[in-house]
Design a binder for this molecule. Structure first.
Ligand code: 4AD
Ligand code: MG
Length: 465
């Protein structure tokens, strides 16, 4: 078979690289099939881009196979690329041969009509064949490329941090356990579970963040980033939480909180610009069907500086507002989605970086301020999605780090040995953050639910496919 000689629809309609009159082969799935006496039209989508290509069969009676080609069939068309006579497309294919490669019956679920996203989640194995999910997956792929390009062009090294780990980076306890124990016969020693005899001879988990290992590498290599899956067993059923999600974690040696904020803003703007330029046909689709303000919003994000406001000033703004918040506002609370949205959507109408959070609500590794009330933390909040980035300057002073852990009630310091060592020998200021990749894709596509930007989402009570 000569499948390799195919022309991708993208080369024709997006890149405009194929001259009229070329002999081409198109391989794809049929979207619509219309047959009349004198002519038949088959619209084929090959997934390379949003647009389907129209193929025209002038004498349908010469193609008896047409009777068996319904929506969703896999077909091969050979013919000549011609300028389209019809409206709405520049090119079409004058068909010379037509083969049915894989039949689809009338029970194919994706008939030409609009389906709800809820329904499509149930058939996540088929939904990439729809316009919306084709676009989501293409944009995800291009953004992943852009992320590597951004950091590689700036001298950051890509680090693979372990997926299986014995430490809880965020200290939030939302961990998925990894074990090879037979759950019906867990070995015990003196009444307690004998982790010594488990696979890793210790309790092990799926990582919630590659940050701690990222710090080790940054202090050696300078600037690094990670980009990989992370796992959180939070039982939160929201549109923005997934149990498995991808995170990008840059970590810079010789950097303070200001450098971190600068990197976060520059990086996000780069991604927005990249999406608008590189994925314009898919973004146009989202702008038309998902969020009519999408392009204007992204352009605004690029043009204007992100607002920077301390947590303390943000609390003052929230206290002054006449909004009825479900969670009462006072200094020391963790900002809830409603507070974050108020700041980004009502007050500033653009991305906001909130920094210097109360020490008590943040993780042990963040750099402590002189008064021991706040830490040098920062969250980047965006309209609609809320927190998209969380980061901080790290505590590089060993004595302060130990004191901070003590005040947090963490008494078993043994597991932190290696984390202490990079402070014990040649310590230096360093800072970094984590961007939730899936939330970034939500923001860039306008999609409202994290379940609809991941090909196969994992959320509480759902691990199908
Ligand atoms: O704020 P988080 O928990 O920060 C960290 O994990 C740090 N160790 C990062 C660092 O400094 N290197 O998570 C970072 C980001 C959040 O801002 C959010 O975008 C995303 O990860 N995130 C989630 N995305 C989807 N589902 C979840 N359950 C998420 N939890 C966090
Ligand atoms: Mg956070």
């Amino acid at each position: 078979m000569d499948y390799k000689v195919r022309t991708r629809v993208r080369q024709i309609v997006v890149e405009d690289k194929i001259p009229v009159d070329s002999q081409i082969t198109i391989l794809g799935l049929t979207r619509t099939v219309r047959i009349s006496k004198n002519v038949a039209f088959i619209e084929i989508n090959d997934g390379s881009c949003m647009t389907s290509i129209q193929t025209v069969i002038p004498e349908p009676e010469k193609f008896p196979v047409l009777d068996k080609i319904l929506t969703g069939a896999a077909v091969r068309v050979k013919g000549k690329l011609v300028t389209s006579q019809g409206k709405g497309q520049k090119y079409e294919v004058a068909v010379e041969s037509l083969d049915l490669i894989g039949e689809a019956g009338a029970d194919y679920p994706l008939q030409k009509k609009r389906h709800s996203f809820e329904f499509l989640r149930e058939i996540a194995h088929l939904r990439p064949r729809t316009n919306t999910f084709g676009a989501v997956n293409r944009v995800r792929s291009r953004l992943a490329y852009a992320i590597h390009k951004y950091y590689q062009d700036r001298g950051f090294y890509y680090i693979h941090t372990p997926v299986i780990t014995a430490s809880d980076c965020e200290g939030a306890g939302d961990l998925f356990r990894v074990t090879t124990f037979d759950l019906d016969a867990v070995p015990k020693k003196e009444g307690k579970i004998d982790w010594e005899s488990d696979f890793f001879a210790t309790e092990a988990y799926l990582t919630v963040s590659g940050q701690l290992e990222g710090e080790l590498l940054a202090t050696a290599l300078g600037d690094i980033y990670t980009f990989g899956p992370t796992f959180r067993a939070e039982n939160s059923n929201t549109t923005r939480h997934a149990s498995e999600f991808w995170m990008i974690e840059p970590e810079m040696a010789w950097a303070e909180l200001d450098d971190n904020m600068h990197l976060a803003e520059d990086f996000l703007k780069y991604l927005f610009r990249f999406a608008l330029e590189d994925c314009s046909d898919d973004i146009d689709f989202f702008n038309k069907w998902i969020d009519k303000e999408l392009i204007a919003t992204l352009e605004g994000c690029i043009k204007f500086e992100f607002e920077r406001i301390s947590y303390t000033d943000a609390i003052k703004l929230l206290e002054k507002s006449s909004e009825k918040f479900e969670f009462p506002v006072k200094w020391g609370i963790d900002l809830q989605t409603e507070h974050e949205r108020y700041l980004t959507e009502k007050v500033f109408k653009k991305p906001v970086i909130v920094f210097d959070y109360p020490l008590d609500i943040k993780a042990f590794y963040m750099r402590v301020s002189d008064d021991w009330k706040t830490v040098r933390a920062m969250d980047v909040l965006v309209p609609r999605v809320g927190e998209i980035i969380g980061g901080s300057q790290r505590e590089e002073r060993l004595d302060v780090l130990k004191e901070h852990l003590k005040r947090k009630g963490i008494t078993d310091l043994e597991p932190f040995g290696w984390y202490f060592d990079i402070r014990k020998w040649g310590t230096m200021p360093h800072a970094g953050f984590g961007l939730g990749f899936d939330r970034a894709v939500m923001y860039i596509t306008g999609m409202a639910n994290i379940r609809d930007v991941q090909p196969f989402p994992r959320v509480p009570r759902w691990a199908k496919f």
